[in-house]
Write a protein that binds this ligand. Structure first.
Ligand code: PMP
Length: 456
């Protein structure tokens, strides 16, 4: 039976509870039917350039038949076996991930970024116990950071609006302010600011007693919280502080990994070596669900005991699904063959240069990015950097969509900073796609009133 778009949309409203939405959803949404390259098509035949790669994840773009084939061939050969035992795609993927990490990590596989972070927290606490420091149980994170939706990952998240209503969450998660280079105090140069922000973490560790702190968790660049790019010395300074106090460093690479910011993993842009790396999304370019928690050999070896409570007591059914591992391996091969991390660095730089003229608009406070991760911060007044009204931000986002470009809207609602329009297009986008993004953003911005008063 052929159904009209209207019928599908009506059923969507009735049966599908959308993320971040109430029920019954009043607003109509896009229902996407097809994808090709950087473009998606909805059930009414409208085409959009997907400037957000789904949810920051379809890194190699849509329509890659070889990824579908990798899943098919694995499903035919051996569809499933749990990782309470072993299977070949999991081993092969671990080897490949270590090539990319240029290190020697062991991988615990799961199904989502939230889960990968939960596992990192469990590993960190148990590591310290088995390493003779059982009182290390606290975690340091940053405000505006996003680390997932489960009770531990949400506790690590530093955005109150996501937590309110679901508290109390897992105890032991503490937060410090993130580096916000756009609002860097005038008296500090970027280096001094990087040091100062890292010092916030050090001070918290000292106040809490270092022997009670298990780990620091951070993204190389805060993404969902509004594309907050730290000064170059910030991550190395945090790593140094962690080492000094015996605190583990967990780097959340769920978005920044797999080429997004111009290197294979985001932390490689800053020259640090984490103790634990969590990853999801781009690992398979979202063709199949998969995540991983990479732990250094030093940590892995602390679990070598054979006692009942010396093992990592964590199990999940689907984690490291053979089809997902097969897709991940093929996906990483595509990224290597097409040099997508390098392409991300190069095209990202070009896009940023092209977008720099947006900054002349009175309501654009800042245009920033690294690789193919870009944030456009809208303000109602440049002098005070007061965030633009939600209506202004929404008008810009929907203006882009009407012209065929999907962009994101990110930041931190509770703190009043939900004013960053974001871009994270597939790394495989064409030069024509890149021009389309620049043109569409410029034309959509022209529609915005020149002053905040006019837009309110
Ligand atoms: N960490 C970061 C940095 C993320 O952006 C996300 C998801 N947007 C997560 C963790 C959680 O991943 P998932 O949605 O797969 O649970």
């Amino acid at each position: 039976m052929i159904q009209s778009a209207r019928e599908w949309l009506e059923k969507d409203r009735r049966y599908v509870w959308h993320a971040m939405s109430g029920y019954p959803s009043g607003a109509s949404t896009l229902v996407i039917e097809q994808g090709d390259g950087a473009w998606i098509t909805d059930i009414e035949g409208n085409r959009y350039l997907d400037g957000m790669s789904g949810l920051w994840c379809v890194n190699v773009g849509y329509g890659r038949e070889e990824l579908a084939r990798a899943a098919y061939e694995q499903l035919v050969k051996m569809p499933f076996y749990p990782l309470t035992r072993g299977h070949l795609p999991a081993i092969e993927l671990g080897e490949k991930l270590n090539e990319w990490l240029a290190g020697e990590y062991a991988f615990f596989y799961s199904n989502s970024g939230s889960e990968a972070n939960e596992i990192a927290f469990k590993v960190a606490r148990q590591f310290h116990q088995q390493n003779g420091e059982p009182e290390r149980w606290k975690f340091v994170s940053r405000y505006r950071a996003y680390h997932g939706q489960t009770m531990g990952a949400l506790a690590a998240t530093g955005q109150a609006q996501r937590k309110y209503r679901y508290e109390p969450l897992a105890p032991g998660f503490l937060h410090v302010p993130p580096p916000d280079s756009y609002r860097r105090p005038d008296e500090l140069d970027p280096e001094a600011y990087g040091r100062e922000c890292a010092r916030d973490i050090e001070r918290l560790i000292q106040w809490e007693l270092p022997e009670t702190v298990a780990a620091v968790i951070l993204e190389p660049i805060i993404t969902g919280g509004g594309i907050l790019i730290p000064p170059d010395n910030y991550l190395p300074a945090v790593k140094e502080i962690c080492e000094r106090y015996g605190v583990l460093l967990i780097v959340d690479e769920v978005i920044c990994g797999f080429g997004r910011i111009g290197t294979r993993f985001g932390h490689q842009s800053y020259g640090i070596e984490p103790d634990i790396v969590t990853m999801a999304k781009g690992i398979t370019s979202a063709y199949s669900p998969l995540s991983a928690t990479a732990v250094s050999q030093r940590i892995y070896e602390a679990f070598a005991g054979s006692g009942e409570y010396e093992r990592l007591r964590h199990v999940n059914t689907f984690g490291g699904h053979p089809a997902s591992c097969a897709v991940a391996i093929r996906n990483m091969q595509i990224m290597e063959d097409e040099e997508l991390p390098e392409r991300s660095a190069e095209l990202g730089e070009r896009l940023l240069k092209d977008l720099s003229e947006l900054g002349e608009h009175p309501q654009v406070g800042d245009v920033r990015g690294k690789g193919l991760l870009v944030g456009i911060e809208l303000v109602s007044e440049k002098q005070s950097k007061r965030p633009a009204s939600p209506q202004t931000v929404a008008a810009f986002v929907s203006g882009c969509q009407k012209r065929g470009l999907i962009v994101g809207k990110n930041g931190d609602t509770a703190a009043g900073y939900n004013n960053v329009v974001t871009l994270a297009p597939p790394l495989s986008l064409t030069e024509g796609d890149l021009e389309f993004i620049g043109e569409t953003l410029k034309r959509s911005l022209e529609d915005l009133p020149e002053s905040a008063e006019e837009s309110e």
